[in-house]
Design a protein around this ligand. Structure first.
Ligand code: IPD
Ligand code: CA
Ligand code: CA
Length: 267
């Protein structure tokens, strides 16, 4: 049986291949298409996905794949790779250097390996089930910061926030008043890696997809953090509401999210 760390090594090299490619194309002229009103996709997203899938399948032919830009393979395998080839596309397309590659492996429905790679900082976040979380090989743990009023949080807004009232605006205002600060950096996978690394104390967001969160969820878990939905109940990566924290501020975050209606009309 292949060990989790053997899977991880292959995921790491796939992330580095795609990350180096992204860095080499950064701030160059890009072919950009619209997936929705605000949602972009560039040729670099698509080519990154192709490079990652090619690398993974060259080591593990027959594995299943779900990837944001459309690669989908479903066979009899009990292993499934969940891939966001470029998280932070809006940043990337605008020449704002904040983006990453995110790759996770599920085996028998369990998240067992995850990699998030920021090629600009050359920071490789990794985790395996039961094996801990690491940044460039150094062990990670969540912060010990509490209470909420002393905490730094991350969040984001869905692409359809101008048209769907489930837009996170009211929660954002409430947390901005009660926490020390909020960052909307534009790459959810890095937000989760930052919670695992203790650089953010908490994170919440609506309508993320499995590829945005899969690797980061394993990382937060392995770094000793807590993950739930907005009402404090069990979270899985196909749920569209996520709260991740150092554990110490989790109840305060859940209380805040339940006291505020996250579905708002424009304030
Ligand atoms: C997006 C980013 C962003 C989050 C969006 C995601 P993409 O992913 O993670 O931070 O707020 O909801 O869709 O489109 O850049 O891969
Ligand atoms: Ca994403
Ligand atoms: Ca993406």
């Amino acid at each position: 049986m292949i060990s989790y760390s053997e899977y991880l090594q292959v995921a790491e090299s796939a992330a580095r291949i795609a990350g180096q490619y992204q860095k080499s194309r950064f701030a160059s002229t890009l072919n950009i298409e619209m997936k929705g009103d605000k949602n972009l996709v560039t040729e670099v997203d698509k080519e990154s996905e192709r490079l990652i899938v090619e690398h993974l399948l060259s080591h593990f032919p027959g594995h299943n794949i779900i990837a944001e830009e459309g690669q989908y393979l479903q066979s009899g395998s009990n292993c499934r790779w969940i891939i966001d080839p470029l998280d932070g596309t809006t940043n990337y397309a605008h020449g704002y250097p904040w983006f990453c590659v995110s790759i996770a492996l599920e085996r028998q429905g369990d998240l067992v390996a995850g990699v998030i790679y920021n090629p600009v900082y050359d920071e490789l976040f990794t985790a395996t089930k039961g094996g801990g979380a690491y940044l460039n090989g150094n062990s990670l743990s969540v912060s010990t910061q509490a209470p909420l009023k002393n905490s730094l949080l991350g969040t984001g807004f869905p692409y359809d926030c101008a048209t769907d009232p489930a837009n996170n605006f009211s929660s954002f205002i409430a947390f901005q008043k009660s926490a020390r600060g909020i960052r909307r950096a534009g790459a959810a996978a890095l937000d989760l890696a930052y919670v695992a690394a203790g650089r953010l104390d908490g994170f919440w967001e609506l309508k993320l997809k499995a590829w945005d969160v899969a690797a980061g969820v394993l990382m937060v878990r392995e770094a000793g953090g807590m993950l739930t939905t907005f009402d404090g109940s069990f979270y899985d990566i196909f749920n569209d509401k996520i709260v991740a924290s150092n554990g110490l501020i989790h109840d305060e975050m859940i209380n805040m999210l339940s006291s505020v209606d996250y579905v708002t009309l424009d304030p």
